[in-house]
Design a protein around this ligand. Structure first.
Ligand code: KIV
Length: 299
Protein backbone atom coordinates (compact mmCIF):
# COMPACT_ATOMS: atom_id res chain seq x y z
CA UNK A 1 0.00 0.00 0.00
CA UNK A 2 1.57 3.36 -0.96
CA UNK A 3 2.09 6.05 1.69
CA UNK A 4 1.52 9.78 1.27
CA UNK A 5 4.77 11.42 0.03
CA UNK A 6 4.91 13.75 3.05
CA UNK A 7 4.94 10.93 5.55
CA UNK A 8 8.33 9.78 6.84
CA UNK A 9 9.08 6.23 5.87
CA UNK A 10 8.69 3.95 8.84
CA UNK A 11 10.12 0.46 8.97
CA UNK A 12 8.20 -2.80 9.21
CA UNK A 13 5.05 -1.57 7.53
CA UNK A 14 2.71 1.24 8.41
CA UNK A 15 -0.95 0.72 9.11
CA UNK A 16 -3.39 2.47 6.78
CA UNK A 17 -4.33 6.01 7.84
CA UNK A 18 -7.06 6.36 10.43
CA UNK A 19 -10.45 6.58 8.82
CA UNK A 20 -12.79 9.37 9.79
CA UNK A 21 -14.89 7.75 12.52
CA UNK A 22 -17.77 10.07 11.68
CA UNK A 23 -17.93 8.47 8.25
CA UNK A 24 -17.80 4.88 9.46
CA UNK A 25 -20.45 3.28 11.59
CA UNK A 26 -19.02 0.90 14.21
CA UNK A 27 -20.23 -2.63 13.63
CA UNK A 28 -22.25 -3.85 16.59
CA UNK A 29 -24.76 -6.63 17.19
CA UNK A 30 -27.74 -4.27 16.58
CA UNK A 31 -26.10 -3.15 13.32
CA UNK A 32 -25.66 -6.76 12.17
CA UNK A 33 -29.30 -7.44 13.06
CA UNK A 34 -30.35 -4.35 11.12
CA UNK A 35 -28.28 -5.37 8.05
CA UNK A 36 -29.84 -8.82 8.20
CA UNK A 37 -33.35 -7.34 8.43
CA UNK A 38 -32.65 -5.12 5.40
CA UNK A 39 -31.23 -8.07 3.46
CA UNK A 40 -27.78 -6.48 3.18
CA UNK A 41 -25.13 -9.19 2.95
CA UNK A 42 -22.67 -9.32 5.85
CA UNK A 43 -18.98 -9.58 4.92
CA UNK A 44 -16.44 -11.45 7.00
CA UNK A 45 -12.79 -12.28 6.39
CA UNK A 46 -10.23 -13.92 8.58
CA UNK A 47 -7.22 -11.91 9.75
CA UNK A 48 -4.55 -12.85 12.23
CA UNK A 49 -2.35 -9.77 12.63
CA UNK A 50 -2.57 -6.00 13.04
CA UNK A 51 -1.75 -4.98 9.47
CA UNK A 52 -4.11 -7.31 7.62
CA UNK A 53 -6.85 -6.55 10.13
CA UNK A 54 -6.40 -2.80 9.62
CA UNK A 55 -6.43 -3.21 5.84
CA UNK A 56 -9.56 -5.40 5.97
CA UNK A 57 -11.25 -2.80 8.14
CA UNK A 58 -10.28 -0.02 5.73
CA UNK A 59 -11.61 -2.13 2.84
CA UNK A 60 -15.05 -2.19 4.50
CA UNK A 61 -15.09 -5.75 5.81
CA UNK A 62 -17.65 -5.73 8.62
CA UNK A 63 -16.52 -8.77 10.62
CA UNK A 64 -12.96 -9.93 11.17
CA UNK A 65 -12.69 -13.53 12.25
CA UNK A 66 -9.50 -14.41 14.08
CA UNK A 67 -10.00 -18.00 13.02
CA UNK A 68 -8.15 -21.00 14.32
CA UNK A 69 -7.34 -21.55 10.64
CA UNK A 70 -4.27 -19.57 11.71
CA UNK A 71 -2.91 -22.92 12.86
CA UNK A 72 -2.73 -23.96 9.22
CA UNK A 73 -1.93 -20.68 7.45
CA UNK A 74 0.38 -19.09 10.08
CA UNK A 75 1.74 -21.96 12.15
CA UNK A 76 2.07 -24.62 9.44
CA UNK A 77 -0.03 -27.21 11.27
CA UNK A 78 -1.82 -29.85 9.23
CA UNK A 79 -5.18 -29.13 10.89
CA UNK A 80 -6.65 -26.65 13.39
CA UNK A 81 -6.61 -29.24 16.19
CA UNK A 82 -3.20 -28.18 17.54
CA UNK A 83 -4.04 -24.50 18.09
CA UNK A 84 -3.87 -23.38 21.73
CA UNK A 85 -5.90 -20.78 23.57
CA UNK A 86 -2.70 -18.82 24.27
CA UNK A 87 -2.01 -18.63 20.51
CA UNK A 88 -5.55 -17.43 19.87
CA UNK A 89 -5.22 -14.81 22.62
CA UNK A 90 -2.00 -13.50 21.04
CA UNK A 91 -3.58 -13.16 17.58
CA UNK A 92 -6.85 -11.65 18.88
CA UNK A 93 -4.77 -9.04 20.72
CA UNK A 94 -2.74 -8.29 17.59
CA UNK A 95 -5.85 -7.89 15.44
CA UNK A 96 -7.55 -5.73 18.07
CA UNK A 97 -4.53 -3.42 18.29
CA UNK A 98 -4.44 -3.06 14.50
CA UNK A 99 -8.13 -2.21 14.27
CA UNK A 100 -7.95 0.22 17.22
CA UNK A 101 -4.88 2.00 15.87
CA UNK A 102 -6.71 2.92 12.69
CA UNK A 103 -9.89 3.72 14.62
CA UNK A 104 -11.48 0.87 12.77
CA UNK A 105 -15.08 -0.20 13.06
CA UNK A 106 -14.95 -3.95 12.43
CA UNK A 107 -16.59 -6.52 14.68
CA UNK A 108 -13.90 -8.90 15.94
CA UNK A 109 -14.66 -12.57 16.44
CA UNK A 110 -12.26 -14.86 18.30
CA UNK A 111 -12.36 -18.59 17.57
CA UNK A 112 -12.37 -20.88 20.60
CA UNK A 113 -9.82 -23.55 19.73
CA UNK A 114 -10.17 -27.33 20.06
CA UNK A 115 -10.32 -28.62 23.63
CA UNK A 116 -11.04 -25.24 25.24
CA UNK A 117 -14.85 -25.49 25.43
CA UNK A 118 -15.63 -29.21 25.11
CA UNK A 119 -15.30 -30.22 28.74
CA UNK A 120 -17.94 -28.04 30.38
CA UNK A 121 -19.85 -24.77 30.08
CA UNK A 122 -17.58 -23.37 32.79
CA UNK A 123 -14.47 -24.26 30.78
CA UNK A 124 -16.05 -22.54 27.75
CA UNK A 125 -16.73 -19.43 29.86
CA UNK A 126 -13.13 -19.28 31.11
CA UNK A 127 -11.78 -19.68 27.56
CA UNK A 128 -14.21 -17.14 26.12
CA UNK A 129 -13.20 -14.64 28.82
CA UNK A 130 -9.56 -14.90 27.68
CA UNK A 131 -10.50 -13.97 24.09
CA UNK A 132 -12.96 -11.26 25.13
CA UNK A 133 -10.33 -9.67 27.39
CA UNK A 134 -7.89 -9.80 24.47
CA UNK A 135 -10.34 -7.63 22.50
CA UNK A 136 -12.84 -9.97 20.80
CA UNK A 137 -16.45 -8.76 20.60
CA UNK A 138 -17.75 -12.30 20.09
CA UNK A 139 -16.49 -15.86 20.27
CA UNK A 140 -17.06 -18.67 17.80
CA UNK A 141 -17.40 -22.34 18.59
CA UNK A 142 -17.98 -25.39 16.43
CA UNK A 143 -20.62 -28.08 16.47
CA UNK A 144 -24.28 -28.72 17.21
CA UNK A 145 -26.36 -30.66 19.75
CA UNK A 146 -24.43 -30.43 23.02
CA UNK A 147 -23.13 -26.94 22.13
CA UNK A 148 -26.58 -25.33 22.51
CA UNK A 149 -26.37 -25.41 26.32
CA UNK A 150 -22.87 -23.90 26.18
CA UNK A 151 -24.05 -21.15 23.82
CA UNK A 152 -26.96 -20.32 26.13
CA UNK A 153 -24.61 -20.24 29.15
CA UNK A 154 -22.22 -17.81 27.41
CA UNK A 155 -24.98 -15.60 25.96
CA UNK A 156 -26.69 -15.33 29.37
CA UNK A 157 -23.37 -14.06 30.71
CA UNK A 158 -23.05 -11.34 28.09
CA UNK A 159 -20.79 -13.06 25.59
CA UNK A 160 -22.07 -12.91 21.99
CA UNK A 161 -21.62 -16.23 20.20
CA UNK A 162 -21.15 -17.22 16.58
CA UNK A 163 -21.95 -20.91 16.04
CA UNK A 164 -20.43 -23.05 13.28
CA UNK A 165 -22.08 -26.06 11.59
CA UNK A 166 -21.46 -28.21 8.52
CA UNK A 167 -17.80 -28.95 8.00
CA UNK A 168 -16.35 -28.23 11.43
CA UNK A 169 -12.57 -28.37 10.95
CA UNK A 170 -11.78 -29.16 14.60
CA UNK A 171 -13.55 -32.52 14.12
CA UNK A 172 -12.01 -33.25 10.72
CA UNK A 173 -10.68 -36.61 11.91
CA UNK A 174 -14.13 -37.72 13.07
CA UNK A 175 -15.69 -36.47 9.82
CA UNK A 176 -13.17 -38.36 7.68
CA UNK A 177 -11.81 -35.32 5.84
CA UNK A 178 -12.87 -31.93 4.50
CA UNK A 179 -16.14 -33.08 2.95
CA UNK A 180 -19.49 -31.49 2.17
CA UNK A 181 -21.91 -32.04 5.07
CA UNK A 182 -25.70 -32.41 5.06
CA UNK A 183 -25.94 -34.17 1.70
CA UNK A 184 -28.31 -36.94 2.81
CA UNK A 185 -31.89 -36.37 3.99
CA UNK A 186 -30.94 -37.61 7.48
CA UNK A 187 -27.81 -35.49 7.89
CA UNK A 188 -29.60 -32.40 6.51
CA UNK A 189 -32.39 -32.89 9.07
CA UNK A 190 -29.84 -33.14 11.91
CA UNK A 191 -27.99 -30.04 10.71
CA UNK A 192 -31.28 -28.11 10.56
CA UNK A 193 -32.27 -29.23 14.04
CA UNK A 194 -28.89 -28.17 15.42
CA UNK A 195 -29.15 -24.78 13.69
CA UNK A 196 -32.57 -24.11 15.23
CA UNK A 197 -31.32 -25.17 18.67
CA UNK A 198 -28.36 -22.79 18.37
CA UNK A 199 -30.62 -19.92 17.31
CA UNK A 200 -32.95 -20.67 20.25
CA UNK A 201 -29.92 -20.73 22.58
CA UNK A 202 -29.07 -17.18 21.51
CA UNK A 203 -26.34 -17.55 18.88
CA UNK A 204 -26.12 -14.24 17.01
CA UNK A 205 -24.41 -15.61 13.89
CA UNK A 206 -24.09 -19.07 12.38
CA UNK A 207 -21.24 -20.07 10.06
CA UNK A 208 -22.30 -22.77 7.58
CA UNK A 209 -19.25 -24.42 6.03
CA UNK A 210 -19.36 -26.79 3.05
CA UNK A 211 -23.12 -27.29 3.10
CA UNK A 212 -25.21 -27.76 -0.10
CA UNK A 213 -26.48 -24.39 -1.36
CA UNK A 214 -30.13 -25.50 -1.30
CA UNK A 215 -29.91 -26.55 2.34
CA UNK A 216 -28.17 -23.37 3.50
CA UNK A 217 -30.72 -21.21 1.60
CA UNK A 218 -33.60 -23.05 3.26
CA UNK A 219 -31.98 -22.70 6.68
CA UNK A 220 -31.26 -19.01 6.12
CA UNK A 221 -34.94 -18.41 5.37
CA UNK A 222 -35.98 -20.34 8.48
CA UNK A 223 -33.55 -18.73 10.93
CA UNK A 224 -35.22 -15.37 11.20
CA UNK A 225 -33.06 -14.05 14.04
CA UNK A 226 -29.67 -15.67 13.42
CA UNK A 227 -27.91 -14.52 10.22
CA UNK A 228 -26.01 -17.28 8.43
CA UNK A 229 -22.47 -16.74 7.15
CA UNK A 230 -21.53 -19.15 4.40
CA UNK A 231 -18.21 -20.60 3.33
CA UNK A 232 -18.80 -23.13 0.59
CA UNK A 233 -22.53 -22.89 1.31
CA UNK A 234 -23.75 -21.05 -1.79
CA UNK A 235 -25.07 -17.55 -2.22
CA UNK A 236 -28.32 -17.89 -0.28
CA UNK A 237 -26.78 -17.15 3.12
CA UNK A 238 -26.99 -13.82 4.98
CA UNK A 239 -23.27 -13.21 4.50
CA UNK A 240 -19.98 -14.81 3.50
CA UNK A 241 -16.61 -15.56 5.03
CA UNK A 242 -13.33 -16.62 3.43
CA UNK A 243 -9.93 -17.42 4.82
CA UNK A 244 -7.69 -14.44 3.98
CA UNK A 245 -4.84 -16.47 2.51
CA UNK A 246 -7.23 -18.38 0.24
CA UNK A 247 -8.85 -15.27 -1.23
CA UNK A 248 -5.40 -13.71 -1.75
CA UNK A 249 -4.31 -16.76 -3.76
CA UNK A 250 -1.84 -17.86 -1.09
CA UNK A 251 -3.21 -21.35 -0.87
CA UNK A 252 -0.32 -23.34 -2.29
CA UNK A 253 -2.26 -26.58 -2.49
CA UNK A 254 -5.37 -27.31 -4.49
CA UNK A 255 -7.68 -24.32 -4.03
CA UNK A 256 -10.99 -25.37 -2.47
CA UNK A 257 -13.87 -25.13 -4.95
CA UNK A 258 -15.66 -22.49 -2.87
CA UNK A 259 -12.77 -19.99 -2.98
CA UNK A 260 -12.31 -17.17 -5.47
CA UNK A 261 -8.83 -15.70 -5.79
CA UNK A 262 -9.52 -11.96 -5.62
CA UNK A 263 -5.89 -11.10 -6.38
CA UNK A 264 -6.01 -12.84 -9.76
CA UNK A 265 -9.46 -11.95 -10.78
CA UNK A 266 -10.69 -8.36 -10.40
CA UNK A 267 -13.28 -7.52 -13.02
CA UNK A 268 -13.12 -3.87 -14.01
CA UNK A 269 -9.68 -3.22 -12.46
CA UNK A 270 -6.95 -2.56 -15.00
CA UNK A 271 -3.34 -3.45 -14.26
CA UNK A 272 -1.80 -4.13 -10.88
CA UNK A 273 -3.83 -3.97 -7.74
CA UNK A 274 -3.05 -4.50 -4.10
CA UNK A 275 -4.48 -6.44 -1.21
CA UNK A 276 -6.84 -3.66 -0.15
CA UNK A 277 -8.37 -3.57 -3.64
CA UNK A 278 -8.77 -7.36 -3.56
CA UNK A 279 -10.58 -7.08 -0.23
CA UNK A 280 -12.75 -4.26 -1.57
CA UNK A 281 -13.63 -6.41 -4.57
CA UNK A 282 -14.56 -9.25 -2.20
CA UNK A 283 -16.81 -6.92 -0.20
CA UNK A 284 -18.46 -5.61 -3.39
CA UNK A 285 -18.94 -9.10 -4.84
CA UNK A 286 -20.54 -10.40 -1.64
CA UNK A 287 -22.78 -7.33 -1.34
CA UNK A 288 -23.96 -7.49 -4.96
CA UNK A 289 -24.43 -11.26 -4.84
CA UNK A 290 -21.89 -12.11 -7.56
CA UNK A 291 -19.76 -14.08 -5.08
CA UNK A 292 -20.21 -16.90 -4.49
CA UNK A 293 -21.51 -18.07 -7.84
CA UNK A 294 -23.51 -21.23 -7.16
CA UNK A 295 -22.47 -22.68 -10.51
CA UNK A 296 -18.76 -22.41 -9.59
CA UNK A 297 -18.33 -22.22 -5.83
CA UNK A 298 -21.08 -24.38 -4.32
CA UNK A 299 -22.56 -27.85 -4.16
O1 KIV B 1 -10.96 -20.80 11.48
C1 KIV B 1 -11.52 -20.27 10.53
O2 KIV B 1 -10.94 -19.51 9.77
C2 KIV B 1 -12.92 -20.57 10.31
C3 KIV B 1 -13.50 -20.19 8.98
C4 KIV B 1 -13.12 -21.21 7.97
C5 KIV B 1 -14.97 -20.01 9.05
O3 KIV B 1 -13.56 -21.14 11.14
Amino acid sequence: MSQPATQNASPYGTLPPASNPALRKPVSLPRLVEMHARGEKITMLTAYDATFAAVADAAGVECILVGDSLGMVCQGLSSTVGVSLETMRYHVESVTRGVRRVQGTAWIIGDLPFGTYLESKEQALRSAAVLMQAGAHMVKLEGGGWTADTVRFLVERGIPVCAHLGLTPQTVHALGGYRVQGKTVESAAILKRHAHELQDAGASLLVLEMVPAALSSELTAELTHCPTIGIGAGNGTSGQVLVLHDMLGLNLGKMPKFVRNFMADLPGVQGQHGIKEAMEAYVAAVKNGSFPDNALHAW
